[in-house]
Design a protein around this ligand. Structure first.
Ligand code: BGP
Length: 474
């Protein structure tokens, strides 16, 4: 009983939220670099306000982030100390192709990630690499409008070929796109989309999504060709939609919300557009233009496994009159049975078990939880130690739910990477004070701080969770 011996424990980060060093060693500018913190962030990440360069008025948290670009040895060694077996991280596309479409890659960028992977190896950590975690070169946005253009498939595959070839000896596990369904909610951050007034945003989003889906299938094909041992996964922002009540209209709306998110995985895992999507997208006149052969590509190269982030469940009411709750970039009705985080996100461990069951029932492929955690304000003592019992409580309850899903429901689960093992920049708000880590980073909201790393209480706790393969959760 318990977790299988092969279960992989670890943590997850994204390049733009931790690396910094955005102008170093030939790196080019990416969409995520030009997402400011503060009041304009929401308009920029949703593509309503065009921002394609760094101006003097805004603050851009990705510019330095937690400077992992210069601290990665120390950070990975701390992950090793916690006993990580896997580290999920992402590649900054513009370190490899600064504009996105050069003929040859930037050797300094390639060498950087090679060092990162070597460091992982040194500590017995298996890298799990997200090829694009909210990452799109500004060069390609200026030239082609990001993923609205089919041309992106070619540039993305060029990146993939370089990564699969260069890191053949270092990386086995790949994810094609982080939270692919986020394209519907944060289309600039998700896919480099900016909208002109009067444009049909739905149409552009589904066209861009189609390009990503084809790119994902072709990347899966390529990964297997370059190394048959490669395992490729899709990744989506999960969290089951609960009907606000048993009123059939609420149940129906909740089902529609789930379908909107499952649409992407339906294509990536089953290999074709589900009938509900074909009908509804055509009716709304947003069905994407396809090229001959696209359907074959989708059918022939489905993913090997399905990964997802889980922070909270959602609660859906037909009338839309209920009080709203925040959540991982989605808003939904406020669930009266749940507690909420300091950022207003529902806390629902059983929801993780429900989500695991629903996803597994639907696809019958191995699953991987690649993000789960609690964003909270921490108060360190003078040594940088934080008594983060609230974080331990959150993680413990979610790991228990995951354990029940494995032990009692028979879910085939490959592993769990907590978001995030080290404090970093929030994707949704750009804040530093929304902390997820087991490792505290001395950096303040105004950008000051020594960047010193220190262990929180949760550090020792998670170490013991891993050492006992999830048996010792107290
Ligand atoms: C997901 C992203 C992550 C991460 C996480 C937490 O959407 O994949 O990049 O940031 O959510 O969200 P936030 O940073 O907004 O608290």
């Amino acid at each position: 009983m318990g977790f299988p011996k092969s279960f992989l424990w670890g943590g997850a980060t994204a390049a733009n939220q931790c690396e910094g060093g955005i102008f170093e060693d030939g790196r080019g500018l990416a969409n995520v670099d030009v997402c400011p913190s503060g009041v304009d962030r929401s308009a920029v990440i949703t593509g309503q306000m065009e921002m394609l360069s760094i101006d003097g008025e805004h603050k851009y948290p990705a510019a330095e982030a937690i400077d992992m670009y210069h601290h990665f040895r120390e950070d990975i060694s701390l992950f090793g100390e916690m006993g990580f077996q896997v580290y999920r991280m992402s590649i900054a596309w513009t370190r490899i192709f600064p504009e996105g479409d050069e003929d040859t890659p930037n050797e300094a960028g390639l060498a950087f990630y090679e060092e990162v992977f070597r460091e992982c190896r040194k500590h017995g950590i298996e890298p799990l690499v997200t090829i694009s975690h909210f990452d799109c070169p500004v060069g390609l946005i200026k030239k082609y409008g990001g993923w609205r253009s089919r041309r992106m498939i070619e540039d993305y595959l060029k990146l993939c070929r370089v990564l699969f070839t260069r890191y053949r000896d270092y990386v086995r596990y790949w994810l094609t796109f982080n939270e692919i369904n986020m394209i519907l909610h944060a289309p600039f951050m998700g896919a480099g989309l900016c909208f002109a007034p009067g444009e049909d945003e739905e149409q552009i989003k589904y066209q861009a999504a189609h390009h990503e889906l084809v790119a994902s299938a072709l990347a899966t094909k390529m990964a297997h060709e370059i190394n048959p041992e490669n395992k490729v996964g899709c990744m989506f922002a999960a969290g089951s939609a609960y009907p606000y009540s048993c009123k059939p209209e609420d149940v129906w709306e909740a089902l529609l919300t789930d379908q909107e998110n499952y649409f992407f995985v339906d294509v990536q895992a089953r290999g074709y557009y589900p009938s509900y999507a074909v009908k509804r997208l055509k009716k709304r006149q947003v069905y994407p233009a396809m090229e001959p052969g696209d359907e074959d590509i989708l059918r022939e190269y489905p993913v090997d496994f399905i990964s997802f982030s889980y922070y909270n469940s959602r609660c859906i009411a037909a009338a839309g009159s209920q009080e709203e709750a925040e959540g991982n970039l989605f808003k939904s009705a406020k669930n009266p049975y749940l507690e909420f985080s300091q950022w207003g996100w529902p806390i629902d461990p059983l929801g993780l078990r429900i989500t695991l069951n629903q996803v597994y029932d639907r696809y019958q492929k191995p699953l991987f939880i690649v993000e789960n955690g609690l964003g909270a304000k921490d108060e360190p003592d003078e040594n940088g130690y934080v008594e983060d019992d609230y974080r331990i409580r959150y993680l413990r309850s979610h790991i228990r739910a995951m354990k029940a899903a494995v032990e009692e429901d028979g879910i085939d689960l490959m592993g769990y990477t907590a978001w995030a093992p080290i404090d970093l920049i929030s994707a949704g708000t750009g804040e530093m004070k929304k902390r997820y880590g087991f490792i505290y980073v001395d950096k303040n909201e105004d950008g000051t701080g020594s960047l010193r790393r220190s262990r929180k209480k949760s550090f020792a706790w998670y170490k013991q969770v891993i050492a006992s393969n999830g048996e010792c959760l107290e």
